[in-house]
Design a protein. Sequence first.
Length: 106
Amino acid sequence: MNTAGTIDRPLTHDPQKQAPMKPSTEPVGSATQDCTPHGAKDSRQNRTREMQLIPEAMARAHMHERLQEAERDRRAARLVAARRMQRKAERASRRARRALAMAVMQ
C-alpha cells in the first residue's frame, strides 16, 4: 500500500482529512480457499484497508447518531421552557388586567 500513515498511526486524526472509504473490489460472499495454518496468517495480513476501518466508521456513525439525539433533546427542552415562559407571561398579563380593572372600578 502506498498511502502514508497506518491504521494505528494515521497521518491525521481529523476524520474529514482522512481518505474516504471506497467499496471493496472483492466479490460479495467470497470465502477463502486456503484453510491451512500458514494460509490463516496470509488471510490475516490480506485484510483490506476498508475492513480495518469498519470499527472506526461504526464509531463515527454512532457518535453522529448520539449528537443528533442530543440535539433533539435540547430542542425538546427549549420547547418545554418556551411553553412554561408563555404560560407565566399569560398569568402575569391576566393579573395585570385584573389589577387595572380593579383600579378603574374604584
